[in-house]
Design a protein. Structure first.
Length: 504
């Protein structure tokens, strides 16, 4: 669009907005309050249309946003849209009175109105409401970008759709008005979360809350957001995970706890990453990662059925089946299968050489664990489409995980990879306080080398597990990524109402 076209567009928009303010003034001159306090809604659009029976007349009070208007002299048709869908309204001067009908000419597309009337079917077959009373509930002062439809060669063509993704994310409220299908993903997200909550409650786990502002961040390898508390004159971090606090509660005697947490990581952004995201973590005493794998299979299958009514989900060009059981591969087996390279038992120098053979460039500051993670992320993870448990990670990659009971140098950890992306990460939790201190001190050394995603030493957490933490299984599940998977969305921004964006 040229600068001249842009300026013309702004001028046109301002003209439209001026016209709406004039209409607002006209309504007030007619004694109509454009912003009343309430309206007694009795029925909703979709159920009215779906349950309508010919010959029956149902008295209704419906409310919604005007999406179309067709004036026909002494009568008019318009559609309103509520939270369930659209329904047509038939407005006739003889029924609503001259004053109301005169005021209607100052109603605009986008206005929110209330209608009293009764249901009927028009001659064209459309279920509608015959209005007996019309009320303005909220005058819209900005025109909404309503798409126009036209039939061309027997096919429906949509014009002027509100489809620019950046604008849709910035003005989600407009997106939800003009693209009602967008709401469905968020309805499914809510159902997904409720299904998880019901599942965990059935296991007798307790839902808890832990601090967002933390004096020491930990529980994951990530860069934090930093803030300052003025009254205490201390640096605080927005949590990158809630793991260490939930484990403190297991130490305190709870057999199982869970939390739906907002977590924050000061990292890059992509269609799979938002700096603020939702994470579920839960911890269960006296269990291990084998139990957790079976639990995850059961949970994911239950979520798919509850939300979609099938275990098959469409992800891009792939159909993914979330029905248990899922394939299991150790990390070494997976790297060997997809690259032909052996990584088990290799030194840091040997791993760097392997990465070089694969033409993978590495940051010289990272250690063995990060090297393996880079190899796996580049050459293996994107190829794992069907649900696959990757198990038994090198100890360097997992500072909070219990050593493998039978494989030296490895830990009891798994990640579930679906459609080329990790959706959860779980451990047999490390509860040996001496081993845990050594691991965190190794992490601190990596930070000294320049790895700003390595963990620090949380002395209070170490003190907690010195009192004794039972054997425990724990897991973190990315709610946003899981919602993307279940709803078939391709960007994390499509499952977050208000994603983080650079200011306009």
């Amino acid at each position: 669009m040229s600068e001249q076209q842009t300026n013309t567009h702004i001028e046109d928009l301002n003209d439209l907005m001026r016209q709406r303010r004039e209409n607002l003034a006209k309504l007030r001159e007619l004694g109509i309050e454009p912003y009343p306090y309430s309206f007694p809604v009795t029925h909703y659009a979709k159920p009215l249309v779906e349950t309508f029976v010919d010959g029956e007349k149902t008295d209704v009070a419906v409310a919604g946003r005007i999406m179309t208007i067709r004036n026909m002299g002494k009568a008019a048709f318009f559609h309103i849209q509520d939270s369930t869908g659209k329904i047509q309204i038939y407005l006739r001067k003889d029924d609503v009175g001259e004053a109301t009908y005169k005021a209607f000419k100052y109603f605009d597309i986008g206005d929110i109105v209330g209608v009293h009337g009764f249901t009927f079917r028009t001659k064209t077959g459309e279920v509608s409401v015959h209005a007996t009373k019309l009320e303005m509930l909220s005058k819209s002062l900005r025109p909404i970008p309503v798409a126009k439809e036209q039939e061309v060669n027997g096919e429906k063509v949509v014009y002027d759709a509100f489809s620019d993704k950046e604008q849709r994310y910035r003005m989600r409220y407009v997106d939800l008005i003009v693209n009602p299908h967008v709401r469905e993903a968020f309805v499914k997200r809510a159902k997904l979360i409720q299904t998880i909550r019901d599942f965990l409650n059935s296991l007798n786990l307790l839902e808890v809350e832990t601090p967002i502002l933390q004096p020491v961040y930990g529980g994951a390898s990530a860069r934090p957001f930093t803030t300052h508390h003025n009254a205490l004159d201390m640096k605080l971090f927005l949590r990158i995970a809630n793991e260490l606090y939930l484990k403190r509660l297991i130490v305190g005697g709870y057999d199982g706890v869970y939390e739906f947490a907002k977590v924050f990581r000061n990292e890059g952004m992509s269609r799979f990453h938002n700096p603020e995201f939702s994470m579920l973590e839960f911890y269960v005493a006296y269990k291990d990662y084998n139990w957790m794998m079976q639990t995850v299979e059961s949970l994911f299958e239950k979520i798919a059925m509850a939300v979609n009514g099938t275990t098959i989900v469409k992800v891009g060009e792939h159909e993914v089946n979330l029905k248990a059981p899922y394939r299991k591969l150790t990390m070494a087996e997976a790297v060997k299968e997809y690259t032909g390279k052996e990584i088990e038992g290799k030194s840091e120098e040997e791993l760097r050489a392997t990465a070089s053979e694969l033409d993978l460039k590495l940051d010289p500051k990272i250690g063995s664990g990060k090297i393996i993670d880079e190899i796996f992320g580049e050459f293996v993870e994107p190829k794992l489409i069907q649900p696959t448990f990757i198990t038994d990670y090198p100890i360097e990659m997992s500072p909070l995980t219990k050593k493998h009971r039978s494989k030296a140098g490895l830990v009891e950890r798994f990640e579930l990879i679906v459609a080329g992306k990790e959706v959860c990460n779980a451990y047999s939790e490390l509860n040996d306080p001496i081993d845990q201190r050594e691991r965190l001190e190794e992490q601190a050394a990596l930070r000294e080398r320049g790895d700003d995603e390595a963990m620090g030493v949380d002395e209070d957490f170490l003190r907690a597990i010195e009192f004794g933490m039972p054997p425990t299984a724990g897991i973190g599940i990315g709610i946003d990524r899981l919602t993307m998977l279940i709803t078939g969305q391709e960007s994390i921004r499509d499952v977050i109402f208000f994603p983080t964006m650079k200011p306009e």
